[in-house]
Design a protein around this ligand. Structure first.
Ligand code: ZN
Length: 448
């Protein structure tokens, strides 16, 4: 198992600041479903963790989908007749609709207006738009700037290419004692947008770094950095054997805003991952929300499609309607707080701690209660919540339910006690020869 101390993340503020710095470095890159922005992002992440970079060629069939042509962009602008760039890709990559076909035209304001997208309800923000599967082009612009555009002849230029190439994704596998896997997946296809989803990217990278630095791991960990939807589909299509080894999975998204932690359950709804995350949030001492599965959202939609039905939930803070900056230029570096990143990271580590430590034990003296006093087990668990009697109760719960069929998480849930304390009690009983581990008693969740 992973030593519990290893999960007690020291200097959280520093960690949050470090992740925020990486986010600031990744922020200017123009990412999309495909293209050099994704490659550049993965190469930068490679400085944090070793990544295997995969290229899935244009035209590859991925279940019901086909990898489209690769999109790259160098520049784009709208110039007025004085030669001023009134919309400039160099200032924000959100100005250009993702996957815009190349354009070089001169047009009147009336001709241009149908190609401009703004948000009247947030007149200072630039909305993000993309058109991956239908050839199109357009510009996004702050509504305040749009209404200022005068009658004129505008030079419109998008210096982009759509050509046969590949869709790129990154993968980092950290072997454990077992082939059974914990999957963390995050999407990497958004341009300059921080909470959705540079927050997920930096947390996944730092999580992988911390997991790789652990002296021992029970599970094998797989981290995927994939373009949303098509990237996860491509991984599933190319790794059907590995899919069978995924015991627990989490999609990481929007983890840096000031909202409370939120978890969306897997399609299975009572999978061990669903229970582990719920438990961690319940004992976090902070507000949280748990949502049931819906077949809408992020890549959990693919992992939880009926053909796979993997136990993969989605860990986030605020998303969609609860996050007004979503898919706009306001989802910037200020929108993401280092303290929120650090908090989300710590909770991810705690989730791993629960999954790693969730074992099944058997009480070796099941007939009556063992005499704790003569083994020095009274008061042996100082510092735990509940005082003397509570500590004794912890040991009694661990002894009573360790009948070879309950996991420690079962015991924590049933006793209403935090997993860490139950695990600590079990370790103590193990040291005193009162419990033995039931090998393979937990993997596969057969007790559920
Ligand atoms: Zn998004």
């Amino acid at each position: 198992m992973i030593e519990r101390e290893a999960f007690q993340v020291a200097e959280q503020d520093q960690m949050g600041a470090e992740m925020h710095r990486l986010m600031a470095d990744l922020y200017p890159i123009c990412r999309s479903l495909t293209g050099n922005g994704v490659r550049q992002t993965l190469h930068m992440l490679n400085d944090v963790i070793p990544l295997v970079i995969h290229e899935v060629p244009t035209g590859t069939t991925v279940f019901d989908w086909t990898v489209p042509q690769e999109w790259n962009i160098r520049d784009a602008y709208i110039k007025n007749s004085k030669g001023d760039r009134v919309v400039d890709f160099q200032k924000s990559n959100l100005h250009v609709m993702g996957y815009s076909v190349p354009v070089s035209e001169t047009m009147s304001l009336a001709e241009l207006l149908p190609r401009l997208y703004s948000l009247p309800e947030h007149p200072e923000w630039i909305p993000q738009r993309a058109s991956y599967y239908k050839p199109n082009w357009g510009f996004s612009i702050a509504h305040n700037d749009l209404v200022r555009l005068a009658e004129d002849q505008y030079e419109v230029r998008i210096d982009s290419t759509l050509s046969n190439g590949a869709m790129t994704y990154g993968e980092c596998v950290i072997p454990g004692e077992q082939a059974d896997e914990i999957l963390f997946s995050t999407h990497i296809c958004h341009p300059s947008l921080c909470n959705d989803n540079l927050s997920g990217i930096v947390i996944a990278a730092y999580l992988a770094k911390a997991i790789a630095a652990m002296p021992k791991r029970r599970y094998t960990y797989r981290f995927l950095f994939v373009p949303a939807q098509l990237g996860s589909l491509a991984w599933l299509a190319r790794n059907q054997e590995a899919c069978g080894r995924i015991r627990h999975g989490v999609v990481l998204v929007a983890l840096g805003d000031i909202g409370c932690s939120t978890y969306k359950c897997s399609r299975q709804e009572t999978a061990e991952i669903d229970r582990a995350v719920t438990h961690v949030l319940r004992y976090s001492g902070q507000p949280y929300e748990i949502f049931k599965f819906v077949p809408y959202g992020y890549d959990e939609r693919q992992y939880c499609s009926p053909g796979f039905n993997l136990p993969v939930g989605c860990f986030m803070r605020s998303t969609g309607a609860r996050f007004p900056e979503y898919h706009t230029s306001a989802d910037n570096l200020e929108c993401v707080k280092p303290s929120s990143l650090a908090d989300s990271y710590r909770k991810c580590m705690e989730i791993c701690y629960v999954l790693e430590g969730n074992r099944v034990f058997r009480n070796l003296l099941p007939n009556g209660e063992p005499q704790l006093g003569k083994r020095g087990l009274y008061g042996a668990m100082g510092g735990l919540a509940g005082g003397g009697r509570g500590n004794e109760l912890l040991l009694l719960w661990a002894l009573n339910l360790s009948d070879g069929s309950h996991t420690l998480l079962d015991i924590a849930e049933r006793s209403g006690l935090p997993f860490r304390q139950v695990r600590h009690a079990a370790d103590l009983l193990l040291e005193h020869g009162l419990l033995e581990e039931v090998e393979g008693g937990q993997v596969g969740g057969s007790h559920l």
